[in-house]
Write a protein that binds this ligand. Structure first.
Ligand SMILES: [Zn+2]
Length: 81
């Protein structure tokens, strides 16, 4: 009874700021749970409706967090003096 379930925090959708939603997709066996993380906003509310593929939990969270909006292209060509 000493086992605690870790509940890693999910960052909100990087595109629209809506809450991320975890969808259980099954189990690979052992402690590996397959999940899919989706944006909870409606497709019309989120510009890109980011959704991760179905992956083991840790990988899915990692992929979700890596989905940052592309900022303005860095076209700075300043040369250091
Ligand atoms: Zn979104």
């Amino acid at each position: 009874m000493s086992r605690t379930t870790r509940n890693p925090k999910l960052l909100p959708c990087p595109f629209c700021g809506s809450k991320a939603r975890r969808v259980a997709r099954g189990c690979l066996g052992g402690d590996i749970t397959l999940i899919q993380i989706t944006c909870s906003a409606r497709p019309t509310q989120c510009p890109v409706q980011p959704t991760t593929p179905t992956l083991p939990r840790d990988a899915a969270i990692k992929v979700w967090h890596a989905r940052a909006p592309r900022s303005a292209p860095a076209t700075q060509t300043e040369t250091p003096n």
